[in-house]
Design a protein around this ligand. Structure first.
Ligand code: ADP
Ligand code: MG
Length: 237
């Protein structure tokens, strides 16, 4: 029962069916890729699952309990945590202070939050950045700091929206290594929205493909890569 379960999810914006009947299950200790062309509904799905957008229909459950429409803060305290497509750090605060907010956000005290922040930064090998203003570190490092902040909340389910966007090859390589450790050492379930197919192929246990708000394929990366409907969606024919 330790899983995140989405059943027949619907998110409509007026006449636009951004999500139209999507079901998926994320278990602890697995990495599920969520891919699809621009506008397919990936971010909307993440928003609806994490309480940032109220679904029009369907159900989200966490460990068998209905959490549909529950506020993001409460879901975070239940260890369901997400990152955003654009890095959202407080540029004037230090890296450690930004990461600390991830711990305080799930109910930690400031004192324990700072300790957690230092631990997480060390775990990711980012301790040398701890005292620098977040706005002053390079883009790639800022994206890893966003992951660090999410990890400071001790997630059981971590949803990442395009974490490799704007990263160079070395940085994506590091992201792949970090994500594997999050799965293998922390036993976290990861949902990864990502455009970089090489990241998806190397990292994911399973891949879920959306197009126009609906599921067009689910399966292991190697199968997805040669799935006809997927190829068609990406070629736009
Ligand atoms: P993706 O992340 O896969 O690129 P999105 O989830 O951002 O796609 O968008 C899916 C669809 O929903 C798009 O057609 C988009 O224009 C629409 N959409 C997303 N958010 C809103 C909103 N707040 N209001 C109206 N339409 C939206
Ligand atoms: Mg998106």
């Amino acid at each position: 029962m330790d899983d995140l379960d989405v059943r027949d999810l619907q998110v409509h914006f007026g006449g636009v069916k951004a999500i139209d009947g999507v079901s998926l299950t994320l278990s602890q200790g697995e990495i599920l890729g969520l891919i699809g062309p621009n506008g397919a509904g990936k971010s909307t799905l993440l928003n609806a699952v994490t309480g940032f957008q109220r679904p029009t229909g369907g159900m989200v459950s966490l460990d068998g309990r209905d959490v549909t429409g529950v506020a993001p803060q409460r879901l975070a305290r239940r260890r369901l945590i997400r990152t955003f497509q654009a890095a959202r750090l407080f540029p004037a605060l230090s890296v450690a202070e930004n990461v600390e907010l991830g711990a305080v956000g799930v109910g930690g005290s400031r004192r324990s939050g700072l300790r957690t922040a230092r631990e997480v930064l060390a775990w990711l090998g980012l301790e040398q950045l701890a005292d620098r203003p977040a706005g002053a570190v390079p883009h790639g490092a800022q994206r890893r700091v966003c992951v660090a902040r999410a990890l400071a909340g001790r997630p059981r389910f971590l949803l990442l929206d395009e974490p490799a966007a704007g990263l160079d090859e070395d940085e994506s390589e590091r992201l792949v290594a970090d994500a594997r450790r999050v799965r293998d050492e922390l036993g976290c379930g990861l949902l990864l929205v990502e455009h970089d197919m090489s990241v998806i192929m190397r990292l994911c246990d399973r891949v879920h493909v959306l197009d126009s708000g609906a599921t067009i394929a689910v399966g292991p990366p190697a199968e997805i890569q040669r799935d006809e409907a997927v190829v068609r969606a990406y070629l736009g024919t």
